[in-house]
Ligand binder design. Structure first.
Ligand SMILES: [Zn+2]
Length: 327
């Protein structure tokens, strides 16, 4: 029997099986660059030796397509349903948080956000009926490229749908010059006041200063990645003392050239272990990165990055740090 696992950090845009994406695209009459399924699979997944040079490249090459295909209520329902069921069947994921940005799935305002979000929750509920062993929740992601007004609309939706299965708020997207984490602080404070879990993509690329600000001022429950802290002992202490759990995505970091080598990945994770920082192991999106939680664990073990005991502790931390409460 496979161990029970929890996935806290995966994006819907990189989590849906290409076979399902192919059928959705055709059902909706979306014009694709090729009429051959194998070209399509190559287009939305990364092969073993493929690398992006940056998050911006990753977003442009892959998410532009997957988000376009997922931009309808019907597509959202099928997508969310498939990821939750698939995670249980493949890796015994009994706790799954899945995140997406509804405003990057509304065809620039053509589709109604309430329909988009409701459909994702329907997909989740259908999966939970089929797999009653699983608990799941949706996180709505804001985006660094959006205006604060746009991101506030996403937060308002997260609050509105909290009773129906939206369990938290996130901010993601490639770094852009004009983005201000400080300007977004009131949004995160409001999310927390309304009982939503708060996680923030920071310390992945960019500067360690932003992550320090997030840790000391915004104080989220969790941080997406946060790997830059490994280079800064004082920040590691702050993360540990604040009780913040880091969501680590090893394969994603390597494939997006955020971490340059297995040795660098090892020294990063050892820094977290040695300083007592809590972290979880995640995929960031199993289909696009051609990974899954079992593969991630096997890789960390094989490369002598973590021991089995350390991996199991990270799994336990994931069950502790989830935003899903007794759903
Ligand atoms: Zn992510």
């Amino acid at each position: 029997m496979m161990k029970k696992r929890a996935e806290l950090h995966s994006h819907l845009g990189s989590s849906v099986d290409p076979v399902i994406m192919w059928t959705i695209a055709h059902q909706q009459g979306i014009k694709l660059p090729s009429k051959d399924y194998w070209d399509f699979e190559e287009m939305i997944t990364m092969s073993a030796d493929e690398r992006n040079t940056s998050l911006e490249e990753m977003d442009r090459k892959y998410f532009e397509w997957t988000e376009r295909i997922q931009s309808s209520p019907e597509a959202l329902e099928v997508s969310v349903h498939s990821v939750i069921g698939g995670g249980y069947r493949k890796c015994n994921i009994v706790l799954q948080e899945l995140r997406f940005n509804p405003m990057r799935r509304n065809r620039s305002g053509e589709r109604d956000l309430d329909h988009i979000i409701s459909a994702s929750l329907r997909g989740m509920d259908r999966a939970l009926l089929e797999y009653p062993q699983v608990k799941a929740g949706i996180l709505l992601s804001m985006d660094r490229r959006f205006s604060i007004e746009q991101n506030e609309i996403i937060l308002d939706k997260a609050i509105r749908y909290a009773k129906d299965g939206v369990v938290g708020i996130d901010i993601a997207g490639p770094h852009v010059k004009d983005f201000s984490m400080e300007a977004h602080a009131p949004l995160f404070a409001r999310a927390r006041d309304r009982g939503l879990g708060v996680t923030i993509h920071t310390g992945e690329e960019g500067s360690v200063d932003e992550m320090r600000y997030v840790v000391t001022t915004i104080k989220p429950n969790r941080i997406g990645h946060g790997i830059l802290a490994a280079q800064d002992p004082s920040l590691l202490e702050l993360v540990r003392d604040a009780g913040i759990t880091l969501e680590i995505c090893p394969t994603s970091n390597l494939k997006n050239s955020i971490i340059k080598s297995v040795d660098e990945l090892r020294s990063t994770l050892r820094a977290f272990v040695d300083s007592g920082v809590k972290f979880t192991i995640n995929t960031d999106g199993p289909e696009m990165y051609q990974s899954n939680l079992a593969d991630e664990e096997a890789f960390l073990l094989k490369e002598n990055i973590l021991t089995q005991e350390e991996i199991d502790r990270a799994t336990a931390w994931a069950f502790d740090a989830t935003f899903i409460a007794g759903r």
